[in-house]
Design a binder for this molecule. Sequence first.
Ligand code: SF4
Length: 464
Amino acid sequence: MKLQADRIGPLDMFKIGVGPSSSHTVGPMVAALQFRKVLEERVLPQVGDDARLRLEVELYGSLSATGVGHGTDGAVCAGLQGLHPRFSQTDDIWAVMPALEKEPTVLIGDFKLTFQPTEHLKWLGWTMDVKPLPHPNTMRFRLFENELLKFEQIILSVGGGFIERLDAAGSRTGSADTEEPDVELPYPFNTAEEFLAVCARSGETPWNVIIANQEVLGLSEAELRKQLDAILDTMDDCIERGVRTDGILPGGLNVRRRAKDLYARLPEPSARNGNDLRPSIYAIAVNEENAAGGRVVTAPTNGSSGLIPAVWRTLKEQHDLSRETLQNGLIVASVIGALVKTHASISGAEVGCQGEVGTSCAMAAAGAVAMLGGNIKQIEQAAEIGIEHHLGMTCDPIKGLVQIPCIERNAMGAVKALNAAALSLASDGHHLISLDRVLQVMKETGLDMNQKYKETATGGLALG
Ligand code: SF4
């Protein structure tokens, strides 16, 4: 099914999961879990009682180049063993791979499948069967019965925890985790211009437009708001843990956590002299938690998970915003994320960090304008500013860890988002470059960007 922006809802963009990466941790874990489900329901009932069963997982492209630092191996093991990024405890998730190294057995119902991570998880290159990869983050899951290939699935981790399957003909089947009923929506749109038009025509607020669409897709407003509440709580919890935890982040870079120290030295409001470090500290707090493999929300990815919680928390403290306003802000932010996903990409491996922190900045700026009472034109303008000033930003994390430059980059993005919102609110929303146009440029820039700057650990800061 062709990707359509109005089908991607707030709960698709904001997923509660586990750090450090949505494309390299959450996506592979969900993919492994989904492969396990297919085995359980369709494949294993057809194998012989005494068959010897063995699994293999192949990681290609960027997943292979930076997967060790991103915990891709541990995430795949956890998914194969039936753990879920949202519903399983983070400590349990990271305990699976060491356990499989000792006892290499995946249990699915009564079936015992051999899977020894060191031996059966393969880190491969940029071609599959001598053909170019369908996506920089490609995985192949295989089941062998008595050493003969019985079943395989190719799954792509396309950013933000979204996954897609490749069908037998080699076509991408759309987001496997967001299959929606084929119904007509009250407010269809696929571009920013169309979204602006449906809001103007209907006279509805932008969040009510999305709520009406979601209701037709089967999600009631009450349920949506309940889930958004859980998302806001998870974001806040993450900030709280972040500003109370110190120590060294895992992975070998010896990056010292600093949110706690910065927070402790935050001056009282009266002594801030206009220089409010709160958004930066909150963003760093969340991204340090993410880097430590903790519980975070994709916004739209894990690498960019700190920016939106930082902006929401700061605005809540500054303006005493209600819970409903904060939810409405998330809904508006999700529209921008959906437009980027549809017309450009939210994957650092596909278009660089402009797709992650750039997108998050645009989402946050748009949500901030909505929460502060701006109109739809100002919302679009803020999102455009957020993307425009991240165009061309590369993705070059050192050692494949989501630490340098990712953590600080969220702090910079949060400040830019607040500035973009303030600039838009101070204007009448008139601007020359549309959001649709800037998304087109973002995609072209991402395609032109040298591969070594797209999450491959072969260029830029990754070289030290
Ligand atoms: S540099 Fe940006 S895109 Fe790359 S992993 Fe870090 S946050 Fe994600």
